[in-house]
Design a protein around this ligand. Structure first.
Ligand SMILES: *[C@@H]1O[C@H](CO)[C@@H](O)[C@H](O)[C@H]1NC(C)=O
Ligand SMILES: *[C@@H]1O[C@H](CO)[C@@H](O)[C@H](O)[C@H]1NC(C)=O
Ligand SMILES: *[C@@H]1O[C@H](CO)[C@@H](O)[C@H](O)[C@H]1NC(C)=O
Ligand SMILES: *[C@@H]1O[C@H](CO)[C@@H](O)[C@H](O)[C@H]1NC(C)=O
Ligand SMILES: *[C@@H]1O[C@H](CO)[C@@H](O)[C@H](O)[C@H]1NC(C)=O
Ligand SMILES: *[C@@H]1O[C@H](CO)[C@@H](O)[C@H](O)[C@H]1NC(C)=O
Ligand SMILES: *[C@@H]1O[C@H](CO)[C@@H](O)[C@H](O)[C@H]1NC(C)=O
Ligand SMILES: *[C@@H]1O[C@H](CO)[C@@H](O)[C@H](O)[C@H]1NC(C)=O
Ligand SMILES: *[C@@H]1O[C@H](CO)[C@@H](O)[C@H](O)[C@H]1NC(C)=O
Ligand SMILES: *[C@@H]1O[C@H](CO)[C@@H](O)[C@H](O)[C@H]1NC(C)=O
Ligand SMILES: *[C@@H]1O[C@H](CO)[C@@H](O)[C@H](O)[C@H]1NC(C)=O
Ligand SMILES: *[C@@H]1O[C@H](CO)[C@@H](O)[C@H](O)[C@H]1NC(C)=O
Length: 812
């Protein structure tokens, strides 16, 4: 029975006023409020504390244009802006969100000044260092499709976007004002510059020109990707409206002049790129505002101008902003929640997480100079190692059409570059962190009826290529060590691999990831009727066993950092390094956990056999065959104690994506209640609505997808047609399938927003008793009602062997 005493629906309607309310409530005496879900989207979450979130104006996926203010804090400027006290150096048009690599993009920033001291152009502030300005606290506004901030120059800059164009509305103080560095009165004659630079200062070549009569500035540059190989060329086209042109010119270093009207720069030895760009100066604008429209393109300046002119012909700021908001509302309208009793904070975590998961990958269709194709081209898969676990499964639910286009892109990358990417940004190959996890993304979509226009025959060829053919440079695609993988069944820690090159580390984590990649290929092979392949890859998916050392014990530090105070964890059997000759080596199972040398397992460090985590963590990574893993580790009780210990001992860092699955793996040991318990253990203590409210890098929205999926109550096992059931954080959640248009409802009975009743006592699916602790994608496709009756204590629901999720050893 559904109980609604009071409350309202947080769903989205297409009207700009948001929610329209639920007709079911008409006859009830309830407090009915309607509100706009945008109130619960805070793009500033994760803009400090290493979250690296891009909080600026963007469209979902479509946005090649992503406009925000850029700061100069080297630790926090990855996504452009940071909620700290650093200075702002400009406003730029393209960004990536949540990256763990170097700052990304941020090319061709503009910077407005009210006037130049003494009315001499040369006295304006041209270099990043000179023009860096304080923000005025409390003036930052961030909403879907919109960002604004005032600097202490008294200049207020707002921004919004279309697919390839950023539009800025700059409001100058109506009277004389302060200069950047001094309280000098300025003549009112605004100057707006464009700098041939980017956030990471990676520019190699650049050229720029300004039109003396229109003020239009065109330019381009060659830059480096932030976590990959090669270079990319980018072009822009900037136009102005709102004031008469007074003068134009270029600048280099901190000197400027009105002749010449163009410049070209090449690298100057090993020095950082020279500050250089162009400027347009204006007479005082009648209404104190100047609009700047910046189109971007990877093809050329002509296309950048065409993009800008077609997308924003009339500089109508409010119209562009409203259009952007409408796109967001439509995207998010597929979910609706009954938010009775749920705190504003948790609602904000939920909606903001969904929002952030929809910022990337970015649709660059029509903007790919690398090959001719009728297929879509998305970029900023940054990185699939982060996104395969929960972003893509969430997108499959929220926006299957975009997910389809992303899958088609991946297959097209394979067609034209010979391999699926593991990471890709700015048209370049990014670094591979573990397995060939695009295999998981493809198979996950394949199993979930993502079919529209997808050439699955080529998709299958692509994943088999990952498993069979080692590329020369497996640092950026495919897998290394494939000869050993096929002959020995693991990646030897001292592998002899003359067939290709890459960082010869991570033998343990690559082994478990390759094993799971092969399992996913096996599922696809089976479904396509490739029986022999299916058997071969299923067998290879057991390869994790070959690095398991049954008698390995683990001493752990009881207090962080004091390795002399170690205790025996009591758990035996861990993955360990293993050599070509078959003998095992040793890597302390807690190494690279927060308890022991946490940061010593990155790609740029040699020597360790696990990536961004330790053997403690990777020993749990057998999503294909948890039944065997649980038996191997001593049975369900010992496994449950070990997994709980992982969470409570300090061994697990929840801010990295491998930590997500262990939150829910209790399901496989017949303890679904503990998955719910640990989900609440981390949300909101580690994921909340503050600017520092993300535990790690958001990685294109990965952390956001973790919270949103956890709170929806169905955790997807990526690469399998399996969702683990836990109670949603809401009384009720609806999802309208973009694949079928049908509505799936997950409803809690005995819901309490204090989250004492988080244990499922019984469940029904469309009125029939449902005892399995997992459900397949059909639920979303076909719609229906999954009703969960909750209580304060764990129950026997979902605990019987036949109710556990599938494992390859028990149900292949
Ligand atoms: C923006 O791109 C999306 C696809 O990513 C497309 O559906 C939409 O029509 C584009 N908008 C415009 C105005 O071209
Ligand atoms: C603005 O806020 C920051 C904290 O984010 C603080 O350090 C700084 O002092 C504030 N500046 C002013 C002028 O209040
Ligand atoms: C300038 O304008 C600001 C706000 O627009 C106002 O607060 C200030 O008093 C004005 N200063 C002068 C000198 O007119
Ligand atoms: C700031 O302005 C004052 C006059 O108002 C002047 O004396 C001083 O030299 C200026 N300082 C700088 C750094 O420009
Ligand atoms: C950059 O643009 C200029 C024209 O402004 C053009 O001559 C030049 O070839 C372009 N460079 C690249 C790399 O596209
Ligand atoms: C979910 O959908 C059902 C059926 O369409 C509807 O009755 C219910 O009010 C919806 N609940 C929410 C939270 O939107
Ligand atoms: C999903 O795909 C399978 C296989 O193509 C098909 O049998 C099934 O009808 C599809 N389901 C839906 C709801 O479209
Ligand atoms: C362990 O080592 C730390 C740091 O070297 C030291 O401060 C602490 O006193 C030591 N504890 C014991 C029990 O020896
Ligand atoms: C196997 O190889 C490792 C690494 O080279 C070496 O340390 C070990 O002694 C070898 N074991 C045997 C039995 O040869
Ligand atoms: C742990 O870090 C310390 C300090 O950087 C280093 O001396 C030690 O070798 C590291 N241990 C391992 C196993 O990498
Ligand atoms: C640390 O030691 C204390 C006291 O012996 C014990 O109660 C606690 O469980 C230990 N912590 C871990 C993570 O083993
Ligand atoms: C919010 O999350 C951050 C990041 O995990 C954490 O450091 C902080 O303590 C949390 N704040 C609250 C109030 O829970």
């Amino acid at each position: 029975m559904r109980r609604i005493s009071s409350g309202f629906l947080a769903s989205l309607a297409l009207s700009p006023y948001g929610v329209t309310g639920n007709p079911n409530f008409e006859n009830e005496r309830t407090v009915r409020q309607t509100y706009d879900v945008f109130e619960y989207i805070d793009p500033l979450i994760g803009t400090i504390n290493g979250g690296h979130v891009f909080p600026g104006a963007t469209l979902p996926f479509a946005g090649m244009a992503k406009a925000v203010a850029d700061v100069n804090n080297p630790e926090e400027k990855q996504g452009g802006f940071a909620s700290d006290n650093s200075d702002i150096t400009g406003f730029s048009h393209m960004h990536d969100s949540g990256t763990g690599g170097a700052p990304s993009l941020g090319n061709f920033p503009i910077f407005p000044q009210t006037g130049c001291p003494g009315d001499i152009v040369d006295n304006c502030f041209f270099t990043k260092t000179d023009r860096a300005s304080r923000r005025i606290n409390g003036t930052v506004e961030a909403h879907p499709g919109y960002f604004a901030v005032s600097l202490n120059t008294s200049v207020h800059t707002e921004m919004t976007v279309t697919n390839h164009t950023a539009l800025y509305r700059i409001t100058f103080p109506s009277n004389s004002t302060t200069s950047i560095q001094n309280q000098t009165a300025l003549p009112y004659s605004p100057l707006i510059l464009i700098d041939l630079t980017d956030l990471p200062e990676s520019r190699i070549n650049g050229s720029i020109e300004v039109d003396g009569s229109t003020g239009r500035i065109l330019g381009n540059g060659t830059f480096l990707p932030s976590f990959g190989l090669g270079t990319y060329d980018l072009h822009f086209c900037a136009d102005f409206a709102g004031a008469e042109i007074r003068d134009t010119g270029v600048f280099m270093n901190n000197r400027a002049g009105s002749e010449p009207k163009r410049l070209k720069i090449t690298p100057n030895g090993n020095s950082p790129p020279i500050p250089a760009g162009a400027w347009t100066q204006f007479e005082a604008p009648a209404d104190n505002q100047i609009l700047v429209r910046v189109g971007v393109s990877f093809i050329g300046v002509e296309q950048a101008c065409r993009n800008a002119e077609t997308e924003i012909p009339d500089f109508g700021f409010d119209k562009v902003r409203t259009a952007a908001e409408d796109v967001w509302r439509r995207k998010l309208s597929v979910i609706s929640v009954d938010n009775t009793g749920v705190s504003d904070m948790l609602q904000t975590v939920f909606w903001s997480g969904a929002y952030r998961a929809m910022i990337s990958p970015q649709d660059y269709t029509g903007e790919n100079p690398l090959w001719q194709s009728d297929e879509p081209y998305y970029d900023s898969y940054y990185c699939i190692w982060d996104s395969f676990r929960s972003i893509h499964p969430l997108l499959t639910l929220l926006d299957p059409e975009s997910q389809t286009r992303m899958v088609r892109t991946l297959i097209d990358v394979y067609r034209h570059e010979g391999k699926l990417p593991d990471c890709r940004m700015s048209l370049c190959k990014g670094f591979t962190q573990g397995g060939s996890n695009a295999d998981v993304v493809l198979v996950d979509s394949f199993l979930k009826n993502i079919t529209d226009g997808v050439d699955w025959a080529t998709g299958y060829e692509a994943v088999v290529s990952d498993a069979e053919d080692e590329p020369l440079d497996w640092a950026v695609e495919g897998r290394g060590g494939l000869t050993s993988w096929k002959n020995l069944g693991y990646i030897p820690t001292d592998d002899f691999d003359p067939y290709g090159g890459g960082p010869f580390t991570r033998s343990i984590s690559r082994t478990v990831e390759y094993a799971y990649n092969d399992f996913c290929i096996a599922e696809m092979a089976k479904s396509l009727g490739h029986t022999a392949d299916a058997e071969k890859y299923r067998e290879r998916s057991d390869n994790w066993k070959n690095m398991y050392k049954a008698d390995q014990t683990s001493m752990v530090s009881n207090t962080t950092g004091h390795l002399n105070e170690t205790i025996d964890s009591g758990f035996v059997g861990f993955l360990q390094p293993r050599y070509l000759n078959g003998t095992f080596g040793f890597q302390d199972p807690s190494l690279c956990s927060p308890l022991y040398n946490f940061t010593s397992c990155y790609l740029d460090q040699n020597g360790h056999e696990t990536y961004e985590g330790g053997a403690w963590l990777y020993t749990f990574y057998v999503p294909q065959d948890m039944a065997t893993l649980i038996a191997t580790l001593g049975g369900p009780d010992t496994f449950t104690r070990r997994l709980s210990y992982l969470h409570t001992s300090g061994l697990l860092y929840i801010g990295d994506e491998q930590a997500f699955l262990p939150v829910f793996q209790f399901h496989y040991a017949g303890r679904p209640g503990l998955s719910a318990y640990f989900s609440h253990f981390y949300i909101p203590s580690q994921f909340n609505d503050t600017v520092e409210g993300i535990a790690g890098n958001d990685d294109s929205g990965a952390m956001g997808s973790f919270t949103t999926l956890s709170m929806m109550g169905l955790w997807p096992i990526p690469g399998q047609n399996v969702y683990l059931i836990t109670p949603p954080y809401f009384l009720e959640v609806n999802l309208t399938s973009g694949q079928t248009g049908k509505v799936a409802t997950i409803r809690n009975v005995n819901f309490d927003a204090e989250y004492e009743n988080i244990y499922i006592q019984s469940a029904t699916l469309n009125g029939r008793n449902y005892t399995k602790n997992w459900i397949a994608h059909d639920f979303w496709l076909e719609g229906g009602i999954l009703e969960l009756t909750l209580g304060k204590n764990e129950s026997s629901w979902g605990t019987a062997d036949e109710d556990l999720p599938p494992s390859s050893s028990t149900s292949w």
